[in-house]
Design a protein around this ligand. Sequence first.
Ligand SMILES: *[C@@H]1O[C@H](CO)[C@@H](O)[C@H](O)[C@H]1NC(C)=O
Length: 485
Amino acid sequence: MLRANQKIYTSYAAAAIAVYLLFGPLGLGHIPFLPDGISSSFSHAGGNTRDGGIRSTSPETDKLLSFKASKIVNFAPGYTVVENLYWHNYSYIFVTDQPWHIPKHDLIANMHVDTRIPFNGHEEIKVYGIRMPPVSPEVKEENQIGHSILLDEAIALFGRAKELDSPMIINNDDNFVSHYYHWIGETFLGAWRTWSNYAWRTGLTLPNIKVVAFTKQYHKAEAPPGSNGANWWEDAPGANKWFTSKFFPGVSFETKPIWQERADSNEYYLIPLALIADRRGGHNGPSHAWKPWGDALRLPVSSDWLVNLRDRVLSDYVGPINLKKRTKPHVMYLERQGSGRELVPQDHEALMKAVLQVDEDGLADVTIKAFSSSIPFADQVAEISTVDILISVHGNGLTHTLWMDPGSSVFELQPAECTVTDYSPLAIAAGVQHYLVHETSFCVPEECPGRGCPGPRAINRDDIRVSAHVVTDQVRRIIRRMNKA
Ligand SMILES: *[C@@H]1O[C@H](CO)[C@@H](O)[C@H](O)[C@H]1NC(C)=O
């Protein structure tokens, strides 16, 4: 009986295998009659499972999985967060079996900020698409996304790449870095926004930035004779270096000589986690509005994305400014008389008087200050961090808006016919209400005229006018609102 049963069983199994062999290759091959357990362990070896779909049994799968393929994990035009970015002789290299994921190259990185300079065959962005050989001689290599490479070739070429320290912010600009606003307020800000959005939309705790690279720029001290501010990354007062070092304690800066040496070595380099920042790439985005971060600043972030940085800047602060929240609102008129871009003297005097009157009326603590490079940045940030309402003529000091609390306000004074939108987006980004004052009226960013500033001196005028009460009437309104809250 037992023997007979076994016999029947065996012949059923043989039939089942025959069916499997017949239909298996058509993808229909679950084995009839056999109990599930046996069936599924049998099909496991073949890749198909009865109910759970398929799995690859190819050893190539394991090879691909252990290969460090490039992957863009967050993106806005001009700002690209990449896992496993490769670098070779001034080309950023993406090696991937899914090259369809790579955005338009001029949104990632450009050879120069000035796109009129010819490429001469250089590829700033190189894509290697891991794929099999073509199925026909009529398949054209020039129609592919990137250069075709077999998996084994990719492993041989990129598997030996030298790994660099990361996370690394790479500034790809060859110009427009050596200015507090250009670096901290533009290129870095967009990078930090994209990085913060990466944290926002994934819930990940992102590691601290270890390296900031200026691949095409020098430290001022190492720049060859005949160089100027276009060739180095540090600004004259030293804000770029000071702020960046405070944001990322222990960060190392890698400048052009290091990258030039890497280029000359002809080696491939691997950056496990890179954040490429490219001014021109940002300008190439659909929301640029004259600035590199038009698209990046549309990415949502948690409201403390800049407070995070300010806290690091002030973490070991021991200067004279009291960081404690005051009982009354703090109003600051940050004046820049004598700078060349300034109010006519009588309007400056009248504005000072009107602002001080708010203090005398007991409504606010009023500070009137001029920041110069002799005031340590730590004190500047410390002071700004306590300000609820900031008033200033259009200028660099307004980059400090980034360090105000979300919910505070800033008044920017410009000539009546000018709307220069350098600082209002910083205010929006920081959650600060911006008022653009045009002599006798003000507008909020959503309602201001389009960007422009006619006249030979454009915004650089020493005869800017303002009716003080336009500012102080609104300041008083804001204070009333604050006191109600
Ligand atoms: C790097 O590229 C430049 C320009 O494209 C080329 O002249 C140079 O020979 C390359 N360097 C190496 C090491 O291949």
